[in-house]
Design a protein around this ligand. Structure first.
Ligand code: KIV
Length: 303
């Protein structure tokens, strides 16, 4: 079996100049598939709020839900690094809460690392987590937990905003993060940050200059109903395949062409004896005619 990926392995990839491929997964079957496909990291993103729970933001996703999904994924994954997102308000209030909650994602969920959003402001918490042995991945640029403040826009377009991102990236690296997700950052800004850091950057909508890439599985395999996002490439149309299969199934059930003989089990030679025994039971349960003409079930009320 291939060696298990670790947070240190991500750093080694950067040292060797080898790109890192990550995908999200939220349950056992899809996690098994992406792990078998050989991705380096599986992220249980709080994007599950959008793509699994049908919510409009990630804000309502709870620690219990993240722990539940992380446990399914970590049971499935054998080779990739399992990274779990810390949901909104599980790490911002205090470093103590962050430690306890990250601990739950690892102890109960089986995560090998956690990811949290923020830069300079969250760096002291990152340091505390790293000090007690929790590998931390940062996330800057578009941070979906701040959607009401930032909107769904590319971040770091101005000199000031890009300089701030650089500060954030340096702060996370200094705090001990083993990698940083750069979400929706202009190509040049992401390339500059990536070239200055010793830890890998994992881009989403931030161009090819990042040290690795991450995509939301449901977007890249067409499991969502919406159009293709600018930063995503559709590698499969699984949604269309599922819909088509369900339509054909429903038509066949209605037409009586499913199930056919090969999907059923026949009694064969024992058939006559078995049916005779069943008919004996039917006789004992026979519906009697009541005086008023209503049918009486001997075991129940009038039918
Ligand atoms: O929640 C998520 O899936 C993420 C990725 C978009 C990086 O944070």
């Amino acid at each position: 079996m291939a060696k298990r990926m670790t947070a240190r392995g991500f750093l080694e990839r950067k040292e060797r100049g080898e790109k890192i491929a990550m995908l999200t997964a939220y349950d056992y079957p899809t996690a098994r598939l992406v792990d078998a496909a050989g991705v380096d990291g599986v992220l249980i993103g709080d994007s599950l709020g959008n793509v699994v729970q049908g919510r409009t933001t990630t804000l309502p996703v709870s620690l219990e839900e993240m722990t539940y999904h992380t446990s399914m994924v970590s049971r499935a994954v054998e080779k990739a690094l399992v990274v779990a997102d810390m949901p909104f308000l599980t790490y911002q209030v205090s470093a103590e809460e962050a430690l306890r909650n990250a601990g739950r994602l690892m102890q109960e969920g089986g995560a090998q690392a956690i990811k949290l959003e923020g830069g300079v402001d969250i760096a002291p918490t990152v340091r505390r987590l790293v000090q007690i042995g929790i590998p931390v991945m940062g996330h800057i640029g578009l941070t979906p937990q701040s959607v009401h403040a930032l909107g769904h826009r590319v971040q770091g377009r101005t000199a000031q905003a890009a300089a701030r991102l650089m500060e954030d990236a340096f702060a996370l690296e200094a705090a001990g993060a083993f990698g940083i997700v750069l979400e929706l950052v202009p190509d040049e800004v992401a390339t500059e940050i990536s070239s200055r850091l010793h830890i890998p950057t994992i881009g989403i909508g931030s161009g090819a200059g990042c040290d690795g890439q991450v995509l939301v599985l449901h977007d890249m395999v067409g499991l969502d109903e919406g159009g293709v996002l600018k930063h995503t490439r559709r590698y499969a149309e699984v949604g269309q395949a599922i819909r088509g299969a369900a339509e054909t199934y429903a038509q066949e059930v209605r037409a009586g062409t499913f199930p056919s003989a090969e999907h059923a089990t026949s009694l064969g030679a024992a058939g006559a004896e078995v049916l005779a025994a069943m008919r004996q039971v039917e006789k004992r349960h026979a519906i009697q005619e009541g005086d008023d003409g209503t049918e009486i079930n001997p075991y129940g009320g009038a039918r």
